[in-house]
Design a protein around this ligand. Sequence first.
Ligand code: DON
Length: 443
Amino acid sequence: MRSPIPDFLDETLNRHRSDRSGENADYIPDLAAADPEKLGICISTLDGVEYTSGDSEFEFSIQSMSKPFIYGLALEQAGLPAVLDMVGVEPSGEKFNELSLDKKSGKPLNPMINAGALAIHSLLGEDGSSLAERTEIARSGLSRFAGRELRVDESTAAGEWEAAYRNIAIANMLRSYDVFLDDPDDVVQGYIAQCSVLVTVKDLAIMAATLAGGGLNPITGEQVLSPRVNRQVLAVMMTCGMYDAAGDWMTEIGIPAKSGVSGGVFGVMPGQVGIATFSPRLDRHGTSVRGAKIFRDLSNRLSLHIMDAPEPARSIIRRDRRFVGNNGEMVRICSLQGLIQWSGSENVIRAMDDPATSTNVFILDLRRVNEINGVARKMLTEALSRLKEDGIRVVLMDPEDMMKCKGPDSALPDVKILDSLKSVKGLKRVRNDRRREMADRSV
Ligand code: DON
């Protein structure tokens, strides 16, 4: 079968190809000269499959889209407290290159605006690292997200440095407030080199998929960021990544994203996909016009808004049946399915705790469960222990060892473990048991 996904992407690009609104960024000569007709998209899955359309091999500078990744590398290197001590996590509601610091703390408001990104760049490497060393740490670090060796485009960097008055002013402001002690010009040049790393939409989609997969690069298998740092990066990106358009972006499109003045945009759907688009003409916020429209389309047509409520936990309990054994014992078989998180485990525990049902043997059937997260495993383990304390015999059907002890505080109680229901012989199904029991009581 020919996958319909590339056709869907072709069609999505074609809907917006004729939109020529907006302008290329003009303060960096190479960006002003970029072909404004270029248009490309790539969606990467978490196992590294890339669906592309349009100019997906075309290279452009990463610009501000480098900021979340460099923030993640700095967090891994210096640790969360040290980084938070230097740069806050509050949305600024200002343009990306505003000369601003938090009034109370004197810190940059967040790492997505230039003030924060310059400070974060100064953290790379040992104290007092040279411009060349920091540039290499940024380039090689970004390459680890992309899964291939990226390079700095010297022409883009030189052009930006020629007119970097605003960033030099911001860096001098940071130096004067002792946010960093390095030479401000070096920090700006290093940051410009970081922004001048060349990527394609395919690279960006893999980089985004790395964030979507909890920091795990889907191509190389490298855990580039720890899950905790990855979460921090995504949270900050979601709230601050689109600067003074962050609220509009999150409410209308709802895909945590980051844009760059080269015309790239990448978006991250945690646990699902990484998406990247490229089209050079920008809106007044510095975001690609066609990129934003394509993201809006994808959000609507693929239901990718992060705040769209997921399937409710009701689907966790596939069946909850009661049987009578030969010896008159009441046996209850509760069969679960899907992914069990905290809310799903609450649902199961509520069913276990049903006061209207008398049970001698409780069988928890996990054969159709795909995954149980840590907190749900802990909750269910505790609930099974309590059932046992209440004198109920507990049996687990867990051929994939979903409930196996993964830590000291989640040790399973001593329960019988079955591989199939064939071994539970001689059971007679009790139908409409709840209704009958209620009727019995009222007699
Ligand atoms: O700091 C700058 O001016 C650029 N090199 C990067 C700016 C950027 O991409 C802003 N994002 N939309």
